[in-house]
Design a protein around this ligand. Structure first.
Ligand SMILES: Nc1ccccc1C(=O)C[C@H](N)C(=O)O
Ligand SMILES: [Zn+2]
Ligand SMILES: [Zn+2]
Length: 238
């Protein structure tokens, strides 16, 4: 017997969309933050028994989860946040035409157009094309959107930009709104291949006990229900 490990595995026709940008020494990071570097410390090519790299990096690289500890003294480090927000049904909303921070109106319009169901996770696309170089002009997430979403049961917001707050922010209002409301943060998602609609998000942070963030391997799984019957509707409060 093949063990059944999930509702959407096997022959269901579900498709995995990788929304994680590649991580290497050429991955852009926040100006002044620690770039990704690596060095081989044990090398099969030198007749060592194994190959091993050492890495140095900011945890805010590529697709990553911010911990409350990133913007709040005494906030939880990423290794002790609950995992439920990072797994489950998500709605992807196209914000590419929106000027300024991601805001409520486009989400309401998308939800209305798709039949009224608002899941507990929101993924916001602001880039028509994910930037390969560092971009100063990412949109951020308006605190109003985070409060609106939390009022409706939201537990996670993900965005393709590098931060929930504009680059020149000193007050980090977007991040604070999220930690005030217990809304988990994903940043740096590559959404080039993703259409608006409902998916299953899988993007677990690593159990770094003391860190302010963790890279995640973020994927979206298409829901069988979006191809056939709406079995997921009503599964989470809307
Ligand atoms: N202000 C900074 C200064 C230096 C390094 C990073 C930042 C960030 O704000 C990172 C961003 N908020 C992030 O969560 O990825
Ligand atoms: Zn971050
Ligand atoms: Zn952040």
């Amino acid at each position: 017997m093949v063990p059944r490990i999930g509702r959407h595995t096997g022959d269901s026709g579900a498709r995995l969309i990788d929304i994680s940008p590649p991580i290497s020494e050429s991955t852009p990071v926040w100006p002044g933050d620690t770039a990704f570097t690596r060095a081989v410390t044990s090398d099969l090519g030198d007749s060592d028994a194994v190959t091993i790299n050492r890495i140095t990096t900011t945890p805010h690289i590529g697709a990553h989860a911010d911990a409350p500890a990133h913007t709040r003294i005494g906030g939880a480090p990423i290794g002790s946040v609950p995992l439920e927000p990072y797994l489950g049904e998500a709605l992807v909303v196209d914000m590419t035409g929106v000027d300024g921070a991601a805001c409520i109106r486009p989400v309401e319009e998308t939800v209305e157009r798709l039949g009224g169901h608002l899941p507990q996770r929101l993924i916001l696309r602001t880039y028509p094309k994910y930037p390969r170089e560092w971009d100063n002009d990412f949109a951020g997430v308006s605190p109003e959107l985070t409060h609106w979403f939390a009022d409706r049961g939201g537990v996670l917001i993900g965005i393709d930009g590098a931060s929930f707050d504009p680059m020149d922010s000193k007050t980090m209002d977007g991040h604070h709104a999220a930690s005030d409301r217990g809304v988990a943060i994903l940043e740096g998602l590559c959404l080039d291949e993703v259409d608006e609609g409902y998916y299953e998000l899988i993007a677990l942070p690593l159990k770094f006990l003391d860190l302010d963030a963790s890279p995640v391997r973020a994927v979206l799984r298409t829901l069988p229900s979006s191809l056939s019957t709406p079995t997921h509707a009503g599964e989470e409060s809307s």
